[in-house]
Design a protein around this ligand. Structure first.
Ligand code: ADE
Length: 273
């Protein structure tokens, strides 16, 4: 997979040289190219921003440097690979970045990231490239960062670990929280390793029972427990067809109430109604 990042802070992307992403680069599984947006300016001050039309606080990123940077990246790709890249624009006004989108992006051969600073990029850049490319404006959460670079790191790591051969254990992401499949839409429960006792704390007996069925059941119950506390919205949205009898019993024990359609709602709310 090829990744291009255009930024006014190339050094912010240094973490792409370490850990999982760094190793994937070293192995040739990821071809990461970081470009300095200022090198696509022509004035003495390397200006990349200007005041917003219509007034208001802050500055807006000028379209010309972005246009030149993106054109040059696209041109470099033409010779190398015919596939069209996906343009990813991190912004708090984008659609939420999810595991499903990470999976979608991991299937693409080429991603270009356009992280903005200041109040954002002149809208015409998104419109212009949206005519030729698939453009995803994505937010990594309901908070505002000073710029999109940290979001690029987040998205890159989530995508890179899904690439074939990047994670050591091919099974490692099957049970991820939010991964499609058996534990779909449940948060992962707690995990333990040696020693068997630490500061007087043991580990759940079932994990050393050697009984795979019981271990799987315990893990699923713990996943329900954690999801119930940290993400009750996921319980409310869960697909009733994915719940077996034991799941239903577990949810009732956790204080949930079975609804007529087979899903679950909070008992407290049911009582209020
Ligand atoms: N840039 C600033 N805040 C952001 C967010 N929450 N997600 C993605 N990009 C951003």
């Amino acid at each position: 997979m090829r990744l291009d990042v255009v930024t006014i802070f190339p050094e912010y992307l240094e973490p792409l040289n370490v850990s999982l992403v760094g190793k994937a680069r070293a192995r040739g599984q990821l071809d990461v190219r970081v470009h300095d947006l200022r090198s696509f300016t022509h004035d003495r001050h390397h200006t990349v921003d200007d005041t917003p039309y219509g007034g208001g606080p802050g500055m807006v990123m000028k379209p010309e440097p972005w246009g030149e940077a993106l054109d040059s990246i696209l041109a470099s790709g033409e010779a190398e690979r015919p596939a069209r890249p996906v343009l990813v624009v991190p912004t708090p006004s984008g659609r939420p970045f999810t595991q499903a989108l990470a999976v979608e992006l991991a299937e693409r051969p080429w991603l270009i990231f356009a992280p903005a600073r200041y109040e954002g990029i002149d809208r015409r850049v998104i419109e212009e490239y949206g005519e030729h490319l698939e453009v995803h404006e994505v937010s990594i959460g309901d908070y505002v960062l000073a710029g999109g670079e940290a979001a690029v790191l987040v998205i890159t790591e989530a995508v890179a670990r899904l690439l074939p051969g990047v994670l050591g254990n091919a099974e490692s992401h099957r049970d991820d929280s939010f991964a499609p499949g058996a534990m779909a839409d449940l948060l992962e429960g707690p995990v333990y390793t040696k020693p068997p006792e630490w500061r007087g704390r043991g580990i759940p007996e079932v994990l050393v029972s050697g009984h795979h069925g019981k271990v799987a059941r315990w893990r699923r119950d713990e996943a329900f427990r954690r999801t119930s506390v940290n993400r009750p919205d996921l319980i409310e949205r869960c697909d009733p067809a994915a719940l077996d009898k034991h799941d239903r019993k577990t949810l009732v024990e956790l204080g949930w109430q079975e609804l007529p359609e087979g899903g679950f709602g909070r008992s407290d709310r049911a009582v209020e109604e």
